[in-house]
Design a protein around this ligand. Structure first.
Ligand SMILES: Cc1cc2nc3c(=O)[nH]c(=O)nc-3n(C[C@H](O)[C@H](O)[C@H](O)COP(=O)(O)O)c2cc1C
Length: 518
């Protein structure tokens, strides 16, 4: 191969700028030559100069292996090359990846090479001399080109690795890596993990990350993590964790599996984020929404109680002035019915505010009826016809007051959608099963013939602070509703049409019977 052919080789189609740069490097590289035969040495010096390399004579006994690192290529008699290889092995691979290409020179008159050993040769190339100079040039050119390409890729990979290391070290989220073996021991934690948890790298490595939970290992989020680890897939959960100094924090943990080329699970990566302030803020929002719902209900109930009380006052007035006993009895029996309604509303409002700390078994029809009772008169005055179809279902294990809040939110939204125009409110219950998990439960449908929602509105209704009611809405009702439904392992689906004249909205709520049973 002559100079032109070598140039052509370097100009291979599709070469990247980097590769061209490597070609430039090749023509300016330094070559160490260490051969006993002066003829070979002169030949090699001449040919390397032809390749625009800088040859330099190398003494057979090197003082330090580092001397070799100055060169891009070292060409030496095979026996010296073997010693040099041993020296370079001691040095190890420098971060730059810039070990020289080692070329052994073998004499044509020496013993024949064992072909079986060819694969195992520890050199980047072997020159058998004497040989035609053009062939030696070509061989050297190819060896150097291949070596340069290797060095370049190695450097790129090292650069990427260094960058990744820097990223891992500089991110503010905790990053952990656990080996996928029985107790998932940690093999890596980044500095942010140390800052978040207060545990040092030394204290963490080799242990399962559950030490952050202390005795708190029956959290619902852990079930998701356990299942994902079992199945070798991703998962995300918010866990209650404790720092080394004992202070609790909310940890949003995401784990994902890492597989090798054969697809075998080797590690899990965990990302930890301290979301304490977010969780506390959301908790405060939920509380305020609970109070707002309570306030709205109190106003409705006061209104509902006021009407019968007014009626009773009138009936007593009429009874006083009645002319016959029959007339008195008639007025008093109507007053009695009104009083029973007041008593019903009062007992229901007491149940509304009763905050239960433990889940209870509640009949879905009782839940619906209690909310509908509160709104009955209002619905009537709004000219809303209520159509109820309740099929018998078992009781749901739930936080009763929370589900009452959910149903109340959905019914109020339906009422707001029909404000001023009236319409129909359809409420249905039936037994159903979760389409994904197959769990048995109750499906509650609340449908209205109100103004409906556009597609854009439908995609945003669960966002916190999103409201279509202007100053009359907090934008938290459906956000809280969805949270409560999720806590009961239920599902909430909405469909709607806002075409004038045939608009409607349907909320379908699925609640499993045993959603809260661990
Ligand atoms: C990579 C990785 C990181 C984890 N990080 C945490 C963590 O920060 N906090 C935590 O409470 N659990 C963490 N876990 C979960 C626990 O290690 C453990 O899997 C969980 O407690 C469920 O298993 P157990 O029932 O054996 O305790 C992590 C798990 C993995 C695989």
């Amino acid at each position: 191969m002559n100079q032109q052919e070598l140039e052509d080789l370097l100009e291979l189609q599709g070469q990247s700028d980097q590769e061209k740069q490597a070609g430039e490097d090749l023509r300016t590289g330094r070559v160490g030559i260490s051969t006993t035969d002066p003829v070979s040495r002169r030949l090699l010096e001449g040919l390397t100069i032809q390749l625009d390399l800088e040859p330099e004579h190398l003494a057979p006994d090197l003082a330090a292996p580092q001397e070799l690192l100055r060169f891009d290529m070292v060409i030496a008699d095979e026996e010296r090359a073997a010693r040099m290889r041993a020296m370079l092995r001691e040095v190890g691979q420098p971060e730059t990846g810039h070990l020289p290409a080692l070329v052994a020179v073998r004499s044509r008159s020496g013993p024949a090479e064992d072909p079986k050993l060819r694969q195992e040769l520890p050199y980047e190339g072997v020159l058998v001399l004497p040989e035609q100079p053009s062939l030696v040039t070509a061989q050297l050119g190819i060896i150097l080109y291949a070596h340069r390409a290797y060095v370049r890729r190695y450097r790129d990979a090292m650069e990427e690795l260094t960058l990744n290391r820097r990223i891992f070290r500089s991110v503010t989220s905790g990053i952990t890596v656990a080996r996928a073996e029985p107790d998932l021991p940690l093999v890596y934690v980044n500095p942010a993990f140390e800052i978040i948890t207060g545990y040092s790298i030394e204290e963490s490595l080799g242990h399962n990350c559950r030490f952050l939970q202390r005795d708190h290992n029956d959290q619902p989020g852990l079930t998701l993590i356990r299942e994902a680890i079992q199945e070798g897939r991703e998962a995300k959960a918010i866990l209650r964790n404790y720092r080394k100094d004992g202070t609790p924090f909310w940890n949003e943990l995401s784990i994902s599996p890492i597989r090798n080329h054969q697809g075998h699970l080797t590690h899990f990566v965990g990302i930890q984020q301290d979301v304490t302030s977010r969780v506390e803020f959301e908790e405060a929002l939920r509380e305020s929404e609970k109070l707002a719902t309570a306030g709205r209900l109190a106003a409705s109930i006061a209104h509902e109680i006021n009407n019968p009380l007014e009626a009773i006052t009138n009936l007593i007035y009429l009874a006083r002035r009645a002319e016959s006993f029959d007339e008195v009895e008639q007025h008093l029996s109507i007053a009695d019915a009104e009083l029973r309604r007041v008593a019903l509303l009062t007992s229901q409002s007491l149940r509304f505010y009763k905050q239960s700390s433990a889940p209870q078994a509640v009949k879905p029809s009782d839940l619906l009826d209690s909310v509908l009772d509160v709104y009955a008169r209002r619905l009537q005055s709004m000219r809303v016809e209520v159509q109820k179809r309740e099929r018998t279902c078992d009781s749901i294990v739930c936080f009763e007051s929370e589900l009452r809040q959910v149903i109340s939110n959905l019914i109020r939204n339906a009422m707001d959608a029909m404000k001023g125009v009236g319409g129909r409110l359809m409420v249905r219950t039936r037994e159903a099963s979760d389409p994904h998990l197959g769990t048995r439960g109750v499906s509650i449908t609340i449908a209205d013939t109100g103004i409906g929602m556009s597609r854009e509105v439908q995609t945003r209704i669960y966002d916190a602070f999103y409201s279509t009611k202007g100053n009359n809405g907090t934008g938290l009702g459906l956000w809280v509703t969805r949270e409560i439904v999720a806590r009961h392992k239920g599902r909430l689906r909405v469909r709607s049409c806002n075409v004038p004249g045939r608009s409607w909205t349907v909320f379908e709520l699925f609640l499993p019977y045993q959603g809260l049973v661990p």
